[in-house]
Design a protein around this ligand. Structure first.
Ligand SMILES: C[S@@+](CC[C@H](N)C(=O)[O-])C[C@H]1O[C@@H](n2cnc3c(N)ncnc32)[C@H](O)[C@@H]1O
Length: 252
């Protein structure tokens, strides 16, 4: 499964060279090595260009290797509200999503057990648990939750039903007519891993509260390194690596 702890730590690397775009000390090794190379030499030199290409392909994680290449566009494309509407990013730590939405002008709040690393004048963050959210009923116009719901209750508590409470809490804090966009690992058959669930169609239906309706969804599957949209009937079985995700929109 790709969402283990080391993967969580790398989630910003694909998108930000550093917290402010220029802070190279926090950038991935490949970005720092290439920056050092360019500071010292003329990049037109053939040998150095080859070295640069090797650094880029060997030390930086290729973008196509992660499910975020389909998850992030899905949630941005299906957000049907305009700035400055209020958005809760549930499980936003180490992710560019909340910072991106704040930059687009949304009044953005992040909630995550781990808080949030970046600051922006349109951004507020709270360290809290999804199963007991510190917000009033009906606070947010939309909620975005990328690859999070599968982890709720699974880190140390081993509470396989905690996702059901989390969905109830998330829909509680959504305003009438609000939208909840979420993504999660998905397979033909439900299974659990050490810190995560892999949902099946039946198990995700069970987790979604009665007052919410599934307004639309798309399943994406990986073939070798590349991701494609697939029909539900073509959802693969889970075979040890994350090869399929469900991206969905709930309305209340
Ligand atoms: C795989 S990461 C999310 C990935 C991220 N959204 C992205 O865009 O890359 C899962 C996140 O969910 C948070 N999390 C898991 N269970 C939680 C809970 N019960 N309450 C709050 N946050 C939780 C973790 O702290 C972690 O930051």
């Amino acid at each position: 499964m790709s969402d283990d702890n080391s993967d969580r730590d790398r989630s910003l690397d694909l998108f930000f060279p550093g917290p402010r775009g220029n802070a190279l000390e926090d950038a991935p090794l490949g970005v720092r090595a290439r920056a050092a190379l360019y500071r010292k030499v003329n990049k037109q030199n053939g040998v150095l260009s080859s070295l640069d290409r090797w650094l880029r392909t060997t030390l930086d994680q290729p973008m196509t290797s992660r499910e975020r290449v389909v998850e992030y566009p899905y949630v941005y494309n299906h957000l049907d509200i305009d700035p400055p509407s209020s958005i809760l990013v549930a499980g936003g730590a180490r992710s560019p999503v909340a910072y991106t939405l704040a930059s687009m002008g949304y009044e953005t709040t992040v909630v995550d057990l781990d808080g949030y690393e970046l600051s922006h004048r349109n951004l507020t963050s709270r360290a809290a648990d999804f199963t007991d959210l510190p917000f009033d009923t009906g606070t947010f116009d939309a909620i975005i939750s990328v690859s999070v719901i599968e982890h709720v209750g699974m880190y140390s508590e081993d509470d396989e039903r905690a996702d059901i409470r989390a969905f109830e809490e998330l829909t509680r804090v959504l305003s009438d007519g609000g939208e909840l966009l979420f993504t999660t690992p998905f397979a033909k058959t439900y299974s659990t891993l050490s810190n995560s669930r892999v949902y099946s169609w039946d198990r995700i239906q069970e987790a979604i509260p009665d007052e919410a309706s599934l307004s639309e969804y798309q399943i994406y599957a990986r073939e070798e390194e590349d991701w494609f949209p697939v029909d539900r009937d073509d959802t693969p079985e889970f075979e040890g690596t994350l090869d399929s995700v469900l991206c969905a929109k709930l309305l209340i």
